[in-house]
Write a protein that binds this ligand. Structure first.
Ligand SMILES: NC(=O)c1ccc[n+]([C@@H]2O[C@H](COP(=O)([O-])OP(=O)(O)OC[C@H]3O[C@@H](n4cnc5c(N)ncnc54)[C@H](O)[C@@H]3O)[C@@H](O)[C@H]2O)c1
Length: 377
């Protein structure tokens, strides 16, 4: 018996530099280093040297810098993952694209539609992959909900609901950077806005009305900090959506979604950590999830695996499909649509009036069908 020869595709890892070694950047760096197939953590950058050093030591990485220019000039870096604070996102996407790097950026892609558009244009001109961190699309529950909707389980969507109740411990109300005015809309509810847009395929958001308050930390309200919000959005297909958030869920990290329509309803998400339930004299109890990195642990891996596959496909490294779930890859259109709703909600909460999304940006619907791996948004 002689082995047959099987031609091997050029197969080398996608080398990714992480920009920003904070809360989510640390977790993404660990995912790339340990869990994402065919990816290699090439370098870490953060202006705060101890943050980079600590992360690099824990992951055994030797290339570190406090200057983003170093990774942008490094020919061994194929792609960057941007996990800096929001105010740097758009300029970092543009700089990375102009340096020929593929880009995964945490949400949102910019503070305004104009700066996000400039970043999306820079990526399109450079021909690089640009993806955004709407990780909920990769959670098993939400991906299954979208497939059911595509298969007709809901019929015509009429009512949608998405909620985020954040325990507010690690990265929430204890961190002033994270609770600047608008944060609840731009950084938290933007996940819900993307989820609602994605679970209502083919429709675009038309009108937004938001009510928000500082019910968890009333003393912060004078600084403009809001911790509780409800946002209604009407869509071009007539569907009405509700998104809600609160930064002090004592029972755990709670993210759920629901779509109700002419043919039925689908739901997704649970705060329960497992399906185990105890029935005792004290009652019925289940453990809950406390952190986003636990609730969405696998989704964070899969979104980066999908990004890695897309980069590998663009760069001709051969097929690297292990691990990534086929789901809609959040690209520029999705980032724009979600940001427009977030900005409309922020304005509505300030004025108390409904806001037409067209006054923020002219939107177009994302692809109606699920985009499979390797397909550019
Ligand atoms: N998808 C998710 O579930 C999720 C979860 C948490 C945070 N995020 C997003 O990730 C981003 C970062 O959030 P975080 O909680 O990790 O913040 P963080 O404050 O914990 O970390 C930000 C890090 O970026 C560094 N930094 C500052 N300026 C920089 C620059 N110019 N270049 C590179 N690094 C710079 C800071 O020193 C810090 O270490 C935010 O946009 C946030 O909305 C997403």
């Amino acid at each position: 018996m002689t082995y047959l020869q099987h031609p091997a595709a050029e197969d080398r890892p996608v080398r990714i530099a992480v920009i920003g070694a904070g809360w989510i950047g640390r977790f993404h760096a660990e995912s790339i280093a340990r869990r994402v197939p065919h990816a290699r953590l090439e370098a870490i950058v953060d202006p705060v040297l101890p943050a980079v050093q600590e992360l690099a030591t824990s992951l055994g990485i030797t290339k570190i810098s406090t200057d983003v220019a170093d990774v942008l000039a490094d020919p061994d870096v194929d792609a960057v993952l941007i996990a800096s604070p929001l105010r740097f996102h758009a300029e970092l996407i543009t700089a990375a694209a102009q340096a020929g790097k593929d880009v995964f950026c945490e949400k949102p892609g910019g503070r305004t539609i104009a700066e996000l558009d400039a970043a999306i244009d820079a990526a399109a001109s450079a021909g690089v992959v640009l993806r955004f961190g709407f990780n909920r699309r990769y959670s098993r529950d939400f991906a299954a909900a979208r497939r059911l909707i595509d298969d007709g389980a809901v019929g015509t969507p009429q009512l949608l609901r998405s909620l985020t109740r954040d325990p507010g411990t690690e990265a929430g109300i204890s961190n002033p950077e994270r609770i600047a005015p608008g944060t609840i809309f731009l950084e938290t509810l933007i996940h819900d806005f993307d989820t609602l847009n994605w679970l209502n395929p083919g429709a675009i958001p038309v009108k937004v009305h938001a009510v928000a308050d500082a019910l968890v930390a009333p003393e912060a309200k004078s600084g403009g900090l809001l911790d509780t919000a409800v946002v209604t959005t009407t869509y071009s297909n007539g569907a009405i959506a509700v998104a809600e958030a609160n930064f002090n869920a004592l029972y755990g990290y709670d993210v759920r979604g629901e779509v109700f329509g002419s043919a039925g309803m689908v739901t997704a998400g649970t705060p329960q950590a497992t399906n185990a339930t105890s029935y005792t004299a004290a009652g019925i109890a289940s453990d809950t999830t406390r952190l986003n990195i636990h609730l969405f642990h696998d989704a964070y891996t899969d979104e980066l695996a999908h990004f890695t596959d897309d980069v590998a496909a663009r760069r001709g490294f051969g097929s690297t499909t292990a691990g990534a779930s086929p789901t809609a890859a959040p690209g520029g259109v999705d980032a724009r649509n979600a940001l427009a709703v977030a900005l409309a909600a922020f304005r509505s909460a300030e004025t108390g009036l409904p806001v037409e999304v067209a006054d923020i940006a002219e939107l177009r619907a994302a692809e109606g069908a699920v985009q499979l791996q390797g397909v550019q948004a």
